[in-house]
Write a protein that binds this ligand. Structure first.
Ligand SMILES: [Zn+2]
Length: 53
């Protein structure tokens, strides 16, 4: 079942099964293409999530 996630930092499509990094924020799990994106996200989640979701 194709269940892609979008890396909120760089907007890349990420496969949750193979994502190198993930983080939980406000009850949701976000997946990242790289550890650097996760770090950036955790420093300022609101900036990347905006009003969406
Ligand atoms: Zn990324």
């Amino acid at each position: 079942m194709p269940d892609k996630a979008i890396d909120p930092v760089c907007k890349m499509e990420v496969d949750p099964a193979t994502a190198p990094a993930k983080a939980e924020y406000q009850g949701k799990t976000y997946y990242f293409c790289a550890l650097g994106c996760k770090v950036a996200f955790q420093q300022d989640p609101e900036r990347y999530l905006g009003e969406e979701g």
